[in-house]
Write a protein that binds this ligand. Structure first.
Ligand SMILES: [Zn+2]
Length: 375
């Protein structure tokens, strides 16, 4: 075990330069062409280091998804990762400052791809036989809600004993993620009656006024104790200040800790009733990602990881977080899912997005040992 860590430490520079290449091959979710280019580099890296070919899951709207299978075990471990980022090209140039490497998607989650690849590469070179085959599923649309990859993720998860997610660790602590909130996205549209704001104010029905009532109701459904939050993050409406607005809408982000709470809130949002006479409401949307709820099996997986960390000489906590990932889908199917196995760093999706370079080897060693220990 310590030999593995030792070798990976010697290879930290090599991992970092491959990561630099991958980060520089920028891949915003909305550019199919760039995601595919970046995907070609991933294919090349897996061919070079593991001698395996990617199976492309072709897409017409977003970049292709990649499936890479290593080993021949009867049972399967699924490693989930995504190649797309939230970054438009050129916004956050790659740079290194001290122990930090910055760049678009370096933490979320190209670093996780490189670490897991080096984990398997090192096992392979040491001649360690894995009992299970490892399937890497590297998708192209996670940052936009996984509309095209979800079905593939779920199908692979159902064939797997466990799912390991190479998303970043909890910021600052490096903890694994054994709980994630479910995420719902809704749009509430109010309709009123447009009139001249001066001549016919009384005959008008303001969609904006109606929506204002609904916004307060929505926000008040927040219950921090239950872990339920509602955020009206975008509002639009009206045309001119001298016109009573006939249309207005609000975009709502819902987060819940349990599936039951998701159902309850979904009902509450669809059950909203208009307050003003003559106005109406149209609600659309749904729970996009179910919550990742910590089960006994997830707790046991975390226990294995913590023991490995102990023997490698570092502490490894667990955390429950508000953000969702593709691990939410697999956990909701009842497949034990351990998330947050990627890089340690901070600032995902923000100007400060970076990884801690000197943790690359440690995390890759953790990943490699997990692949060996899971049975
Ligand atoms: Zn991510």
């Amino acid at each position: 075990m310590s030999e593995l860590l030792h070798i990976l430490k010697e290879r930290q520079g090599e991992m970092l330069s491959s990561l630099e290449r991958l980060v520089k091959a920028e891949s915003p979710s909305n550019s199919r062409e760039l995601v595919n280019k970046s995907g070609e580099l991933v294919e090349h890296l897996f061919a070079q280091h593991l001698d395996i070919r990617a199976e492309k899951i072709l897409q017409s709207q977003v970049g292709h998804h990649l499936k890479l299978t290593y080993g021949k075990g009867v049972e399967q471990i699924l490693v989930l990762a995504h190649l797309d980022t939230v970054w438009d090209v050129g916004r956050l140039p790659f740079r290194i400052e001290g122990n930090r490497a910055y760049g678009p998607g370096i933490l979320d989650m190209k670093g996780g791809i490189i670490q897991s690849l080096w984990a398997v590469k090192t096992l392979r070179e040491l001649g360690v036989r894995l009992k299970k085959r490892i399937v890497f599923l590297i998708t192209s649309d996670e940052e936009i809600g996984s509309p095209t990859s979800r079905a593939y993720i779920e199908a692979e998860a159902l064939k797997s004993k466990v799912v390991l997610v190479a998303e970043p660790a909890e910021a600052k602590t490096g903890a694994l993620k054994t709980g994630r909130k479910g995420v719902g996205m809704f749009v509430v549209k109010a309709q009123g009656i447009a009139t001249h704001a001066g001549n016919n104010h009384a005959q008008g029905v303001s969609a904006i006024e109606e929506l204002a009532h609904q916004i307060l109701k929505l926000q008040q459904l927040t219950d921090y104790e239950k872990g339920t939050t509602l955020n009206v993050g975008v509002i639009k409406g009206g045309t001119r200040s001298n016109v009573v607005a006939s249309e207005a809408e609000a975009e709502v982000d819902l987060r819940v800790a349990t599936a039951a709470e998701g159902k309850r809130l979904e009902q509450a949002i669809f059950g909203l009733e208009p307050k003003l006479k003559g106005s109406s409401l149209v609600v659309t949307g749904e729970m996009n990602r179910p919550p990742l709820e910590r089960t006994a099996a997830i707790g046991a997986l975390y226990g294995i990881a913590r023991n490995i960390a102990d023997s490698l000489g570092f502490e490894l906590g667990e955390a429950s977080v508000g953000g969702g990932s593709d691990g939410n889908f697999t956990a909701a199917l009842g497949i034990p899912t351990l998330d947050g196995l990627g890089c340690i760093g901070d600032g995902a999706h923000g100007e400060n997005e970076h990884i801690e370079i000197d943790k690359l080897a440690e995390r890759a060693a953790l990943f490699a040992n997990l692949l060996v220990k899971i049975d």
